[in-house]
Design a protein around this ligand. Structure first.
Ligand SMILES: *[C@@H]1O[C@H](CO)[C@@H](O)[C@H](O)[C@H]1NC(C)=O
Ligand SMILES: *[C@@H]1O[C@H](CO)[C@@H](O)[C@H](O)[C@H]1NC(C)=O
Ligand SMILES: *[C@@H]1O[C@H](CO)[C@@H](O)[C@H](O)[C@H]1NC(C)=O
Ligand SMILES: *[C@@H]1O[C@H](CO)[C@@H](O)[C@H](O)[C@H]1NC(C)=O
Ligand SMILES: *[C@@H]1O[C@H](CO)[C@@H](O)[C@H](O)[C@H]1NC(C)=O
Ligand SMILES: *[C@@H]1O[C@H](CO)[C@@H](O)[C@H](O)[C@H]1NC(C)=O
Ligand SMILES: *[C@@H]1O[C@H](CO)[C@@H](O)[C@H](O)[C@H]1NC(C)=O
Ligand SMILES: *[C@@H]1O[C@H](CO)[C@@H](O)[C@H](O)[C@H]1NC(C)=O
Length: 333
């Protein structure tokens, strides 16, 4: 309940572990991250999945992903494991990974789309071979304290729960196999955890008055260079390049261009036509965040008239009705 997104009340990211085979000291599992959110995708530089082992497990090997640190494997004299940390952090491999190091749905640099936007890329998988673990479904312990990091914070993960083993339909559709054991973890997003201040602002103008009602001053916080040095940068500042390349890039903390609103993103809503039968607006989105390219962005807009949108130019869209159709939203994909 502490993590709740009112625009997508049922949205979640589910992480599923399917144990596929037992090994002499553990198991091999296929781990899949499913994005069941309506519009919130995970953009570059991608997801980071962490957990704490319940016992003294090690990761012998991984396919389709890797841990960020190996940790201390000094007690293994030969064939050191891929990772000996008690709390490993896993990241996806990059596109172009050699075929032998891939599994289906891997190697997209941690980028995950949504089922609305690109169903073929709404999940991400890797295979993990775990040692010093149990070797039966009674002795295996599920990992604890899952964390899901994306560019910027915002996700909270629940406990892993053992669920009915997944059934897999074989290629010819006439036989199913099943996992030896399956557990699920659900993570939910909270705007409040992610960012205390808004991340975009809206400016308005219209055909009869081109005086723009600009983004309100300080709409995304009012840090200034005196209290928070480097909280914004001017485009010609020598500091700019080092700040983009420097540490902290992954945190998703925006590095914004200095403006009166200090927002990473500005949405400009310009009313072009307003007739009795219909109206038309032009929406312009401007990126002021030097740390993000926002590729594959989407825009969610809530408006009473979107029950009956007639035409959209240059975008695809889907209506979202999280409250049984009473309030319509629009996602431009
Ligand atoms: C996560 O989302 C999926 C798809 O909407 C839903 O089926 C599932 O029940 C949700 N899980 C939780 C724990 O809310
Ligand atoms: C859970 O993970 C978080 C973040 O990695 C860490 O701060 C916390 O101490 C962990 N808790 C336990 C019980 O391991
Ligand atoms: C576990 O997660 C998978 C993938 O989202 C889902 O298909 C399955 O129904 C979930 N199991 C339970 C019991 O929630
Ligand atoms: C564990 O395996 C036994 C059979 O070996 C099976 O009956 C049981 O349902 C399994 N439990 C789980 C949680 O998968
Ligand atoms: C245009 O809008 C501005 C800001 O709301 C207002 O001050 C101004 O009077 C308007 N001009 C006209 C011609 O309506
Ligand atoms: C704030 O600091 C940055 C980096 O030092 C500089 O580029 C920028 O011009 C400063 N902005 C203002 C409004 O002084
Ligand atoms: C954004 O795209 C440009 C051009 O492709 C690239 O040089 C830059 O590294 C990208 N920046 C980020 C933060 O991904
Ligand atoms: C939707 O708009 C069309 C014309 O653009 C109109 O004929 C129709 O009555 C509208 N439907 C509703 C439910 O408002």
């Amino acid at each position: 309940a502490e993590a709740y997104d009112s625009l997508d009340p049922n949205g979640n990211i589910t992480i599923k572990w399917d144990l596929k085979e037992w090994t002499p000291d553990g198991y091999v599992a296929m781990v899949t991250i499913y994005n069941y959110q309506q519009f919130r995708h995970i953009s570059a530089p991608g997801w980071q999945l962490g957990w704490t082992w319940a016992k003294k497990e090690v990761i012998w090997s991984m396919v389709g992903a890797q841990t960020t640190e190996q940790g201390d494997c000094s007690k293994f004299k030969t064939n050191p494991p891929h990772c000996c940390k008690r709390d490993p952090t896993v990241i996806d491999l990059l596109p172009g990974t050699p075929y032998k190091d891939q599994v289906a749905n891997c190697c997209k640099g941690g980028v995950i789309s949504t089922f609305n936007q690109d169903p073929a890329n709404a999940a991400s998988s890797f295979q993990i071979s775990v040692g010093l673990a149990g070797t039966t479904n009674k002795t295996v312990k599920v990992p604890k304290n899952f964390t899901l990091k994306t560019p910027g914070p915002g996700y909270t993960c629940g406990r892993a729960t053992v669920v009915r083993p997944t059934k897999f339909l074989m290629g010819d559709g006439r036989r199913t196999t099943q996992a030896l054991m399956t557990w699920n973890v659900t993570c939910t997003y909270s705007q409040f955890l992610a960012q205390k201040t808004p991340t975009c602002c809206v400016a308005l103008s219209s055909f009869y008055n081109n005086t723009i009602v600009g983004c309100p001053t300080c709409s995304c916080g009012c840090q200034n260079n005196n209290t928070h040095p480097g909280s914004c940068v001017n485009p010609n500042s020598p500091y700019l390049q080092s700040a983009i390349d420097g540490p902290g890039k992954y945190t998703g903390q925006p590095l914004v261009q200095c403006t009166s609103h200090m927002c990473p993103v500005k949405v400009h809503w310009h009313v072009k036509l307003n007739y009795k039968d219909y109206w038309r607006v032009k929406v312009t989105i401007t990126n002021f965040n030097y740390r993000m390219n926002y590729t594959d962005w989407n825009l969610v807009v809530q408006h009473p008239n979107f029950n009956n949108i007639t035409k959209l130019f240059s975008f695809n869209y889907k209506p979202l009705s999280p409250y049984g159709g009473r309030i319509s939203k629009l996602v431009a994909l």
